[in-house]
Design a protein around this ligand. Structure first.
Ligand code: BES
Ligand code: MN
Ligand code: ZN
Length: 486
């Protein structure tokens, strides 16, 4: 699908025109113009309460007059200025209404949509992103997959800021990639599959890709990372992708993703209920892939290195056992008290590996702890940082992208929960403050650079009937990187 801009509703030809209708008061200019073309049908529908204009209510008018050929979709926006959450609902309603309709060219009169505290350019970015995201369907294994492809070919948005629009479109393309990888089952999406996807990105966009395989990891002393994949027949990979859009001597910003392609818990086996959802334990990695795609599409002037720590956590006769002690690449030893706390074990060696890039900043993204879901639910991602600069920068990217995070504490006092009798560090420190102690564990490996950690356990996917990857936090990460363009 292709997204483009148009100037004004009176000058665009489309098969379907989408206009926004408040529940009270004057119609926005573009809606009023369409209303006039329909000899006042829109206002009549509102007065008769057939279409009240409540938030995210929709009504399709197949034809409104002889001279206006386009069908019209009315979309309610209520009476007050829209919050981010309500605006998102409104846009989601638009996508879900139009994706099944037989219209190839759809024009959305965006000037009728305003969001509290957001300028028009920002609304355009978010609307372009959310509309496109609304067309995502998991295509893979069902016989009727083909029927799900939308008939919409061109999405026309009212606006003038090409660059604002393209950020939204690229973010949506990135988040679709993230969701697709996340939704793939563990028997397809293995560490080698992620490695092959990196190589594909390398070919498609001309970025450099390096694969660190198990032999190389062993040489480098990444025994902690290796201990996680030991029980699996699938080889682990550390995957590195370099986007080089900045000056040659400019230090990169690094994103590191947890890529556990299936987390059984290992010998500390998880209970069976909902264990299928542990295919999503690579959503941190998937969000880094999606962000790389968005950045490759936008081509900003900055250097960005993406690192994926990919492994499968399985029980077997070779698997790491509770109480085993392993040496990290940093030289610190870890007592693996619980093999289900495996994310930190792959990330710590990746964090040490990343030192060689002398990065300006490092952000890791991980479905790290169930405790983070207890703390923040599925609204905010948990954010931890050893740097106020990185923390503030992530907060402002989060605001811009309407992709929420909440800063959590990293006080020194929590660190002692990781003490071990037999090694430098234990790999668990809970159950109290389980998300914090996981972040504390990572912080032991991040002295060399400004760093932040995003725990996306609650935000990366939705369970239950609407099970599926969310694509978060690609919006936030893309905005974060774009803010680094000098
Ligand atoms: N991948 C899980 C965290 C998780 C669980 C994310 C449920 C989303 C939903 C992680 O590897 C894990 O198992 N963490 C343990 C840590 C514990 C053993 C200290 C947890 O959260 O229970
Ligand atoms: Mn686990
Ligand atoms: Zn895990």
């Amino acid at each position: 699908m292709n997204t483009a801009l148009f100037d004004r509703i009176s000058a665009v030809e489309a098969d379907l025109s989408v206009v926004f209708v408040p529940s009270e008061g004057e119609l926005p200019e573009s809606t009023a113009w369409v209303d006039a073309k329909s000899s006042g049908q829109i206002l009549q529908l509102r007065e008769s309460e057939v279409f009240k204009g409540s938030v995210a209510q929709t009504l399709l008018l197949p034809s409104i007059s002889e001279e206006f050929a386009s069908a019209v979709l009315l979309v309610g926006i209520g009476k007050d200025a829209l919050s981010d959450a309500k605006a998102k609902k409104v846009i989601a309603a638009v996508s879900s209404q139009i994706k099944g309709l037989p219209f190839a060219k759809v024009a959305v009169a965006l000037s009728g949509l305003t969001i509290v505290d957001r300028e028009a350019a920002n609304v355009l970015t978010l609307a372009a992103q959310w509309l496109n995201e609304g067309f995502y369907e998991f295509i893979g294994f069902k016989q009727d997959d083909k029927e799900k492809v939308t008939k919409v070919e061109t999405l026309l948005l009212e606006g003038s800021d090409e660059s604002a629009m393209s950020i939204g479109v690229a973010t949506a393309a990135g988040s679709a990639f993230t969701r697709q990888l996340g939704n793939l089952p563990g028997n397809v999406c293995t560490p080698s599959y992620l490695a092959s996807k990196a190589q594909e990105l390398g070919e498609d966009y001309g970025i450099d890709v390096e694969l660190v395989d198990e032999t190389k990891m062993d040489e480098l002393g990444m025994h902690c990372m290796l201990s996680v994949g030991r029980g699996s027949d699938q080889p682990s990979y550390l995957i590195v992708m370099h986007y080089r859009g900045g000056a040659e001597n400019e230090a990169p910003h690094v994103l590191l993703g947890k890529g556990i392609t299936f987390d059984t818990g290992g010998i500390s086996l998880k209970p069976g209920a909902k264990m299928d959802e542990m295919k999503y334990d690579m959503c941190g990695a998937a969000s880094v892939f999606g962000t790389m795609k968005a950045i490759c599409e936008l081509k900003p002037a900055l250097n960005f290195t993406a690192v994926i720590a990919a492994a499968e956590n399985m029980p077997s006769g070779h698997a790491t056992k509770p109480g085993d002690v392993v040496r990290t690449m940093s030289g610190k030893t870890v007592e693996v008290l619980n093999t289900d706390a495996e994310g930190r074990l792959v990330l710590c060696d990746a964090l040490t590996y990343i030192e060689r890039f002398e990065p300006q900043s490092v952000v890791d993204i991980a479905t790290l702890t169930g405790a983070c879901i207890v703390a923040l639910g599925s609204v905010n991602s948990g954010m931890y940082s050893n740097s106020d600069v990185v923390a503030e920068s992530l907060k402002s990217a989060s605001k811009g992208a309407a992709d929420k995070l909440w800063q959590m504490p990293l006080d020194e006092e929590y660190q002692q929960q990781l003490d071990s009798n037999f090694a430098d560090i234990g790999n668990i420190g809970g159950p109290e403050a389980g998300s914090v102690t996981a972040a504390c564990f990572l912080s032991r490996f991040t002295d060399a650079y400004p760093w932040a950690h995003l725990d996306i356990a609650g935000t990366a996917w939705t369970g239950g009937a609407a099970k599926g990857a969310s694509g978060r936090p690609v919006g936030l990460l893309t905005q974060y990187l774009l803010s680094k363009v000098s």
